[in-house]
Ligand binder design. Sequence first.
Ligand SMILES: CC(C)(COP(=O)(O)OP(=O)(O)OC[C@H]1O[C@@H](n2cnc3c(N)ncnc32)[C@H](O)[C@@H]1OP(=O)(O)O)[C@@H](O)C(=O)NCCC(=O)NCCS
Length: 173
Amino acid sequence: MIFAIRRCTPKDLKDIMRFIEEIAVLHNVPLGSVRTNVEELKKAGFGEHPRYKCFVAEIPPEEKRKDGRSLAGYTLFSYTYNTLRGRNAYVDNLYVMPEFRGMGIGSALMKQMAEDAWSQGCTQLQMYVSASKEEDIGFLLRRGGEDLSSEEGWNLFRIHSHVLRGMASRSKF
Ligand SMILES: CC(C)(COP(=O)(O)OP(=O)(O)OC[C@H]1O[C@@H](n2cnc3c(N)ncnc32)[C@H](O)[C@@H]1OP(=O)(O)O)[C@@H](O)C(=O)NCCC(=O)NCCS
C-alpha cells in the first residue's frame, strides 16, 4: 500500500476527531466524557502557540474508504520539559486504523515523529500504553522502547478533574 506521511492541517481535524472517538471506544472511555472537539483541536493545534504537533498517514484516492475518509492513521504529540533530560516529546496518540495495520504505517509515523523530535533537540519520546495491549507493547519494544513500569517500577498517577478542582479550591492541604 502506498501512503504518505504529512503534517496535519485544520481540514484533517474532523477525521482526527473520529480517530479519537475510535480510540476512546478501544479503551472503554465513554464517548460522553471526551472533552475535545474539532474546534478545540483547531484552537490548541493551529493557534499562535500550538500545543501539539500532528502527522497523518494519507492513502491514495483510489484506496479511500467507503465513508470518504482518506486518512489511515495519525500521531499527535507535544513537547514537554524534563529536569533530568531537558526537552522531551510526549506522544499522546499513535494510531492506525485496524484495516491498515501491518503495512508499515505505524513505523513510518514513528520515524516521522523521531525525526521531528530529534531536530527539535529532544532527548527522548515518552508515551503510555495499556498493559492489556500486548501487540502495542511488542511494537514499541521491537523498536527499542523501554517499558518503564516493568524495567524501573514507575507507576502512572492521575489527578482526576473533581479532585483537581478540590485541590485548587482548598485553602489547606
Ligand atoms: C501500534 C500500531 C500504531 C502499529 O501500527 P501498524 O501500522 O500496524 O505498524 P507497522 O505496520 O509499522 O508494524 C506492525 C507490526 O505488526 C506486524 N503486523 C503484521 N500484520 C499485522 C496486523 N494485521 N495488525 C497489526 N500488526 C501487524 C507487522 O509485521 C509489524 O511487525 P514488526 O513490529 O516486527 O515490524 C497499531 O497497531 C495501532 O494503532 N494500535 C492501537 C494503538 C492505540 O491504541 N493507540 C491509541 C492510544 S495512543
